[in-house]
Design a protein around this ligand. Sequence first.
Ligand SMILES: Cc1cc2nc3c(=O)[nH]c(=O)nc-3n(C[C@H](O)[C@H](O)[C@H](O)COP(=O)(O)O)c2cc1C
Ligand code: SF4
Length: 445
Amino acid sequence: MIFKHIDEVGYTPDIDCYLRHGGYEVLRNAVTRKPEELIDQVKKSGLRGRGGAGFPCGVKWGLVDRKSGKPIYLIVNADESEPGTFKDRYIIHQDPHQLIEGTMISCFANNVKQAYIYIRGEFPIGARILEQAIAEARRHNFVGPNILGTGYGCEIYVHRGAGAYICGEETGLIESLEGKRAYPRIKPPYFPAVLGLYQCPTIVNNVETLCHVKHIVEMGGEAYSKIGTPNNTGTRILCVSGHVRKPGYYEFEVGKITLGQLLYDVCGGPLPGRTFKAIIPGGSSAKVLKVGERYKGKRKVGAEMVDYDWGIEDVPMDFDCLAMIGSMGGSGGVIVMDDSVNMVEALANINAFYSHESCGQCTPCREGSLWMKKITSRMVHEEARTEDGALLKSVADQIAGRTICAFGEACSWPTQSFVAKFGDEFKGYSENKKQPKVSGSLELI
Ligand SMILES: Cc1cc2nc3c(=O)[nH]c(=O)nc-3n(C[C@H](O)[C@H](O)[C@H](O)COP(=O)(O)O)c2cc1C
Ligand code: SF4
């Protein structure tokens, strides 16, 4: 769907190529319809946001305060800051008009007159591509004061981000767009749908989410909802990185492929002489999965509750199944680690990132992320203290749920899951101060 043309030989990101492939025909049709009807199609489609939380797009649009009399803004979240995620950049580079068309349809549906594409500062080429594509679209009246002669007008502005992970969090993004430091806002009262950009109702959606809107409006919400699996509709792009033979971007119907099929059939399996050890299925903040562990429980399939007993290779790649086994689909960034990886070093790397990126507003996040970094850094530098394994877990357990934004969870979930599943390696560092001892289990407080 999203990649339908992108991977064709000779497909280029300019508007002429897009038009030759039927581009902007869906917008042309959409502006002849009632906006409420378009919102209804998105609701029927069951589309869930592809930015991280998997929140239903139609529900989000339904929450927008349309009675305030204030302008409604739409922001395209192109910050793509979650480590392991690289799909939005690819769409922007290869097919910017698909994003612009999806954005304009979404703007028309929600009576938005001004939209912003907030793109991370480290993507200067993407920003230039978007600026050029918007200029092309404006020349064809797909963007501007009188779109396709309908009298409806909408402008899109590209805003280059400030180069911080927290600029991807929607309220931090809004602060940054307003020209301030990206300090996330407290919800309530600052739900973007009510009090967003310039204290006006605002929709924030991910790049990939908005591309899907185009396809939903084209085929109808009902038809879209039949793609994928119930409650996990449509397709999604998985970005696979790390220790597989064929890393890259792959688009699948949500839930129609298992993690095992993805790793072995699609990505070609482990590197020569290696075996898989651990997988992070949805960007670095998602809880790690350990190869060899099993997950049991009951789940709803159609009207029935059925038992499941999965190894990680059996888990369908959808929002609900990954949540059932204690992780998440998140941003679609699948990070693969094989048996060459030292899990303490891997976590030290992740913790250094989160500590650097905490905005510092909340004490548990600011101090806790730093302490987790210091402890794992001590471990890899052979300076660990005996109590460090238990201390690490204790610090992580006191962050999540006590902060302004979900960064608190994002920074503590890796530590909690690494320590819970690879405790022996952490225990080895605490006791030996050198190489991990692979025996016994970590005594946790
Ligand atoms: C710390 C943090 C970083 C985030 N970074 C991004 C990001 O880079 N891109 C993104 O689309 N969403 C990101 N999100 C999620 C956004 O806050 C927001 O939920 C999302 O843009 C909504 O779009 P969607 O409903 O289409 O998924 C982040 C959330 C958190 C808590
Ligand atoms: S949780 Fe962390 S990133 Fe979020 S507002 Fe608090 S200090 Fe900032």
